[in-house]
Write a protein that binds this ligand. Structure first.
Ligand code: PRP
Ligand code: URA
Length: 207
């Protein structure tokens, strides 16, 4: 699938399997999601732009590089929070914005309840974080908001994606790079990913 990177690393797949297991309780679920997020982000940031940057070491001059753009993490509440801390540990200088979206149970439409972002995102490398890409409604709404704020360099980081969600995001944002640990079979009639891992927010927070 063009623009979709499925991260097949054995540690990612091992951890994803533990997340899928319904016997995994909130405490372990949080820890494992955090671990897997760190592994995924390593791959998802591989194409970050860099520019040359020289420094003076105690011995001489070294020609190195530094990131070209500021980085902002944008977790989609609630479930995106489960991936945020470990990513922030790897990119400690990143800023953090928040988007609160909740799917309506019947219509499956994603409704905003919180936005906390800089007014202009054009200079940022934006990492949009949401473990689940189901119908794609939340991801498209989040992307619409990021685009309105001028974001030009965005990547979407998921754990589990449904073909339906990928297709929806692709139709509106054909160039958006998507990183995920799995593309599952389908959605069920309630809009849940099959086999998926259930409701990510509920499993993370036990509510
Ligand atoms: C879940 C999930 C995504 C969204 C995906 O959030 O974390 O944000 O559903 O579904 P979609 O692709 O069909 O929009 P939910 O709205 O259940 O909120 P929560 O994270 O607070 O549980
Ligand atoms: N949101 C989730 O948390 N899980 C799904 O399977 C679909 C949407």
């Amino acid at each position: 699938m063009r623009g979709v990177t499925v991260i097949q690393h054995p540690l990612v797949q091992h951890n994803l399997t533990r997340l899928r297991d319904k016997r995994t309780g909130p405490q372990e679920f949080r820890r494992v999601m955090s671990e897997v997020a760190a592994l995924i982000i390593y791959e998802a940031t591989r194409s970050f732009g860099v520019r040359p940057h020289s420094v003076v070491t105690p011995i001489g001059t070294s020609r190195g590089s530094q990131l070209k753009r500021e980085v902002i993490l944008v977790p989609v509440l609630r479930a995106g929070l489960g991936m945020m801390d470990s990513i922030l540990q790897l990119i400690p200088h990143a800023r953090v914005g928040f988007i609160g979206l909740k799917r309506e149970e019947k219509s499956l439409r994603a409704l905003f309840y919180h936005k906390s972002l800089p007014k202009d995102l054009s200079r940022f490398e934006v990492i949009l974080i949401d473990p689940m890409l189901a119908t794609g409604g939340s991801a498209v709404s989040a992307m619409d908001l990021l685009s309105e704020l001028g974001a030009k360099h965005v990547r979407l980081v998921n754990l589990v994606a449904a073909p339906e969600g990928i297709a929806k995001v692709r139709s509106r944002y054909p160039e958006l790079p998507i990183f995920t640990a799995a593309v599952d079979k389908k959605l069920n009639r309630h809009g849940y990913i099959v086999p998926g891992l259930g409701d990510a927010g509920d499993r993370l927070f036990g509510v």
